[in-house]
Write a protein that binds this ligand. Structure first.
Ligand code: PAP
Length: 301
C-alpha cells in the first residue's frame, strides 16, 4: 500500500488504476503479487511458465500446454479437465497465487509445475531467470491485441471511449504495457537463450496449428510420438482446445476467475479483427510505433 501510493497511476476502469513500476504499467491485483513473487517465489528447474502480453491468446495456449503436459494422466475423453474447468483455473497466474503466506503452491503435472504471468522480463522473479524453468512466450499483432484489450476492459467497466483508450495504449499505458517493450524483452531473450524461451505468435499458431503444437511439445520435453500422430492425437488436442469447443462449454459460459467471468476470455478468436474497429489513421499510428520500436530487432508483428 505504501509503495502504491508513491507510484504514478492512470485510471483503468471503474475505481481501478494502472500503476507504473520500473517502466511498466501493472494492474491493482498485479502489484501486490509482484512484490510477493519478487521477494519470495522460487522457480524450479522443472517449471513451465507461460508468459503473454494480455489478450494475445493466453487462454488458448494454457489449454494446449495443459493438455500436452498432462496427457498421460488425462487422456482426451469425456472426463478431460478442460471440459469442466476454464484453462485459467488449470494454469493459474503467478500474480494471483503469490502471497506472502503461500509462495510455492503445488500445480504439479507429470512434467513439473505449469503456471503463467503477464509480467515483463524486467520484473520476473530472479529465480525464473536463474533456474532451468522454461518459458513459453506468446504475443499477437499489436492492433488485434489492442482491440481485444479494449473489449475486455469495456466488459470490466472501462468508461473511456475507444479513442481515449487508444491514446493511452499508444503511450504505453495498458495492462503490462508498453506492449512493445514487453514483446521486445522476451524476443531478445529468446534469441539469446532459445533453449529457455520459446517465442510464439498468435497468427502463426492459427496459420500452422499442427506444426506449432509439435514444436511446443518438443520444447516442453514431451514430443508427440509417431504412434500418437498416427492415432490422430494432434487433431484431437487442437479440437479440444479450439475456440469453438472451449467457448461453447457450460463452464466457460457461466464460471468466473479472480479477474473476470470465464465468458470474457472468449470473444472472436480471429486474426485481423482490428479492421472492424480502428478507423482513419489509428491502424497506421500503431504500425508506425511498432516499426520504430522494433527497428533493427528482426521482429515483426
Ligand atoms: P488474458 O490476457 O486476459 O488471459 P487472452 O486469452 O490472452 O486473455 O486473450 C483473449 C483472446 O484470445 C480473445 O481474442 P479476441 O478478443 O480477439 O476474440 C479470445 O477470443 C481469444 N481466444 C480465447 N480462446 C481462444 C482459443 N481457444 N483459440 C483462439 N483464440 C482464443
Amino acid at each position: 500500500k505504501n509503495l502504491l501510493s508513491t507510484l504514478p497511476r492512470e485510471r483503468w476502469f471503474g475505481s481501478s488504476y494502472l500503476y507504473k513500476y520500473n517502466g511498466f504499467w501493472l494492474g491493482p491485483k498485479g502489484m501486490p503479487g509482484l512484490i510477493a513473487c519478487q521477494n519470495h517465489f522460487q522457480a524450479r528447474d522443472t517449471d513451465f511458465l507461460l508468459i503473454t502480453t494480455p489478450k494475445s491468446g493466453t487462454t488458448w495456449l494454457k489449454a494446449l500446454m495443459f493438455t500436452l503436459a498432462n496427457r498421460k494422466i488425462y487422456p482426451i475423453n469425456q472426463n478431460h479437465p478442460l471440459l469442466k474447468q476454464n484453462p485459467h483455473s488449470l494454469v493459474p497466474f503467478m500474480e494471483f497465487f503469490c502471497s506472502p503466506e503461500k509462495m510455492n503452491p503445488d500445480f504439479s503435472c507429470p512434467l513439473g509445475r505449469l503456471y503463467s504471468t503477464h509480467y515483463p522480463l524486467a520484473l520476473l522473479p530472479e529465480s525464473v531467470l536463474n533456474s532451468g524453468c522454461k518459458i513459453v512466450y506468446l504475443c499477437r499483432n499489436i492492433k488485434d491485441t489492442f482491440v481485444s484489450y479494449w473489449h475486455f476492459s469495456k466488459k470490466l467497466g472501462a468508461e473511456a471511449s475507444l479513442e481515449e483508450f487508444f491514446d493511452m495504449f499508444c503511450e504505453g499505458v495498458s495492462l503490462s504495457g508498453p506492449v512493445w517493450d514487453h514483446v521486445l524483452g522476451y524476443w531478445r531473450e529468446s534469441l539469446e537463450k532459445p533453449e529457455k524461451v520459446l517465442f510464439l505468435k498468435f497468427e502463426a499458431l492459427q496459420e500452422k496449428p499442427s506444426f506449432h503444437l509439435k514444436l511446443l511439445a518438443e520444447f516442453m520435453g514431451c514430443p508427440i510420438s509417431p504412434e500418437e500422430e498416427t492415432c490422430g492425437f494432434v487433431d484431437e488436442v487442437l479440437g479440444l482446445c479450439s475456440f469453438d469447443n472451449l467457448s461453447n462449454l457450460e463452464v466457460n459460459k457461466s464460471g468466473t476467475q479472480p479477474t473476470a467471468r470465464n465468458e470474457m476470455f472468449f470473444r472472436k478468436g480471429k486474426v485481423g479483427d482490428w479492421k472492424n474497429y480502428l478507423i482513419g489513421e489509428m491502424g497506421e499510428r500503431i504500425d508506425h510505433i511498432t516499426a520504430q520500436k522494433f527497428f533493427g530487432s528482426g521482429l515483426s508483428l
